[in-house]
Design a protein around this ligand. Structure first.
Ligand SMILES: Nc1ncnc2c1ncn2[C@@H]1O[C@H](COP(=O)(O)OP(=O)(O)OP(=O)(O)O)[C@@H](O)[C@H]1O
Length: 261
């Protein structure tokens, strides 16, 4: 059985004379976390709309595995502020049971808001609620458009950790858009730098050195990206504790941690 969830082949989207997505090919498998970065207007949202089936392609093709269940976390949610709406009601609109809704809130770390008005949530709580709403669908693919918008820096790191843990639990694929380059570099498996076309793509530790990345984001941004790398130079015992070299004859399972900028 293949783990391929979505395949875009030479996908293009054009609005009148404006080429917004240009010849993009992309595969997302189960277990992948793929993050799309790029400047404003680069076509990132348009690209994920094609995956969601909200935006037809002008040319190229998209293949989704049959029966693919997608959970979507949008960039903004327009809510009529005069309309009374509790978190409980909002989640129940998905068709999930009360128990499933409560479990999803628990998983996203905000069980206490179940009976609250949705209009009283903080920015961070709102993002977690949108994630909970996507999760009750038990998605094969989680699609997130700037999930950490309006969330403070500690909250952003926690949110990305949460997304990774859902990927592990559900063994789903994740495709997201982010402008938080430092966090993306730490929390992603694969990065796609989009500027209508794919400028460069690959592992986070490689991409910040790519000339196309430097050209798109500028040298100061590229140089400021501290990429965590894993090199071996000390040793652990069976419990994971670091072993003093002088007392160790074994040289297995060694590692060292460097931060490069
Ligand atoms: N339905 C549409 N009709 C015409 N133009 C559109 C449409 N949707 C998007 N565009 C244009 O396509 C371009 C790319 O928009 P898109 O929202 O995909 O960019 P983005 O990379 O997500 O930007 P941002 O980082 O600012 O959110 C923009 O110039 C936008 O104005």
């Amino acid at each position: 059985m293949t783990n391929l969830l979505v395949r875009l082949e030479r996908a293009s989207v054009r609005f009148d004379k404006l080429q917004v997505v240009d010849d993009v090919s992309l595969d997302v498998h189960r277990g992948d976390i793929v993050t799309i970065i790029g400047p404003n207007g680069a076509g990132k949202t348009t690209l994920i709309k094609t995956v969601l089936g909200l935006q037809p392609l002008t040319s190229g093709s998209i293949h989704k595995t049959p029966g693919l269940q997608i959970g979507y976390v949008p960039q903004h949610l327009q809510l009529q502020t005069t309309l009374p709406l509790s978190v409980r009601r909002f989640l129940s609109l998905t068709g999930a049971s009360t128990k499933e809704c409560q479990a999803a809130l628990h998983q996203t770390g905000i069980p206490q808001v179940f009976r609250q008005s949705i209009h009283h949530l903080s920015g961070g709580e709102m993002q977690r609620l949108l994630l909970a709403r996507a999760l009750v669908r038990k998605p094969d693919l989680l699609v997130l458009d700037e999930p950490a918008q309006g969330v403070d820096i500690n909250g952003q790191a926690a949110l990305y950790d949460l997304i990774r843990s859902f990927r592990d639990q559900l063994h789903c694929g994740v495709i997201m858009i982010s402008h938080d380059l430092h966090l993306v570099m730490a929390a992603t498996d694969r990065v796609i730098c989009l500027n209508q076309h794919v400028c460069c793509s690959g592992y986070p530790e490689d991409i910040s050195h790519d000339p196309a990345f430097v050209e798109t984001f500028g040298r100061p941004v590229a140089e400021s990206l501290a990429v965590y790398q894993h090199h071996h130079n000390h040793h652990h015992d069976l419990h994971g504790d670091v072993v003093d070299e002088r007392h160790s004859s074994q040289h297995q399972d060694a590692c060292d941690h460097h931060v490069h900028s």
